[in-house]
Design a protein around this ligand. Structure first.
Ligand SMILES: Cc1cc2nc3c(=O)[nH]c(=O)nc-3n(C[C@H](O)[C@H](O)[C@H](O)COP(=O)(O)OP(=O)(O)OC[C@H]3O[C@@H](n4cnc5c(N)ncnc54)[C@H](O)[C@@H]3O)c2cc1C
Length: 300
């Protein structure tokens, strides 16, 4: 990371809200369900699949967790009604995992029933390491009632290979990402190149085990290696999809995926809680400040 970026990072908490809102505009599909669904429709029209996420996590009350669950249930209805190519991604602590086992199980089973009602798919995102075991257990319990459900594994965790080897089955569908949280060196790889190497290794293992994998990365060098692996192992395009976050520049790779006949799913976050999400995006890529500043002053 260069000096300017380090400097930007240290000032992130001081960036004015209006400026962060500018950034959010690029990475968040609005504050309302209508805006998000319109974004999904436009992505579908361009040939992309989508997964929709209501921004937020770590809810503090059962009422709020239930409200969020109801909003997700309505999203499933709207996706069906509008005939969109879109599934749903939830964060466990957004629907009550931290508050009570019973509440979380109840909310999850409601969402699973909704997914089943509409023959849709539910993805359970992976949060930081205190929730890894609980999330895997929740996923396994969902599988006993409905198969179109999946969770996420993080390439930076040392445990991931072992977790995957225990879970492989004909219906196993997972998203692989590098992992976004700060984790202790005891449990997580810290070096970027090593994380990428492990990512590639885990994709190889997934391909070998013939499950379905959502390859979630914007790392173009890694994508190059994954393309080679697909060719080398002659993996059919029905066994994987590429996934990206809405708004992250991909230098023509999304079009390249589509031309190859590969499925691309865009993760579309929305909701009033855009602030924290945008700050996270900014911390991941301080170069954004430069681009946004350019647009900001240009438009004024
Ligand atoms: C569809 C999807 C779902 C995800 N779900 C989870 C999850 O459930 N749990 C979890 O821990 N993590 C999740 N992540 C985040 C992931 O773990 C990484 O933190 C993130 O994708 C950055 O890693 P990268 O593989 O893109 O590579 P990097 O090497 O970090 O990035 C590659 C390039 O893309 C740029 N870039 C990457 N991310 C962004 C961004 N957000 N904004 C702007 N530029 C960016 C970087 O500047 C860099 O140039 C998800 C990511 C995606 C794409």
């Amino acid at each position: 990371m260069n000096y300017f970026n380090r400097l930007v990072l240290s000032f992130v908490p001081l960036i004015p809200r209006i400026f962060v809102r500018r950034i959010a505009g690029k990475y968040v599909a609005g504050e309302t369900k209508e805006e998000a669904l319109a974004t999904v429709k436009s992505l579908n029209d361009q040939g992309f699949s989508a997964t929709i996420d209501i921004l937020g996590e770590h809810v503090k009350s059962a009422e709020r967790a239930t409200e969020v669950t109801q909003s997700y249930a309505q999203l499933f209805n709207e996706i069906q009604k509008r005939n969109l190519d879109c599934n749903v991604s939830i964060k466990p602590t957004h629907v009550g995992m931290e508050l009570s086992e019973h509440l979380f199980a109840e909310n999850l089973s409601l969402l699973l029933a909704k997914a089943k009602e509409h023959d849709n798919f539910l993805r359970i995102d992976m949060e930081n390491s205190p929730y890894t075991d609980l999330t895997i257990a929740a996923y396994q319990s969902c599988l006993t009632t409905y198969q179109k459900v999946g969770t996420v594994f993080q390439a930076y965790l040392h445990r991931t290979e072992k977790d995957l080897l225990q879970l492989f089955s004909p219906h196993f569908n997972f998203r692989l990402c590098k992992g976004i949280y700060r984790e202790d060196p005891n449990i997580a790889i810290q070096e970027r190149r090593e994380i990428s190497n492990n990512f590639l290794n885990l994709i190889r293992i997934a391909f070998k085990n013939e499950c379905y994998v959502g390859i979630a990365t914007h790392d173009l060098a890694l994508l190059d290696n994954i393309y080679q692996l697909i060719d080398e192992m002659q993996i059919h395009s029905s066994k994987f999809e590429f996934q990206v976050l809405y708004g992250v520049p991909m230098s023509g790779w999304l079009e390249k995926h589509l031309e190859k006949g590969y499925k691309v799913r865009v993760y579309v976050p929305f909701g009033p809680e855009w602030y924290d999400y945008s700050i996270r995006r900014l911390k991941e890529n301080p170069n954004i400040v430069g681009y946004v500043m350019g647009n900001f002053f240009h438009k004024k």
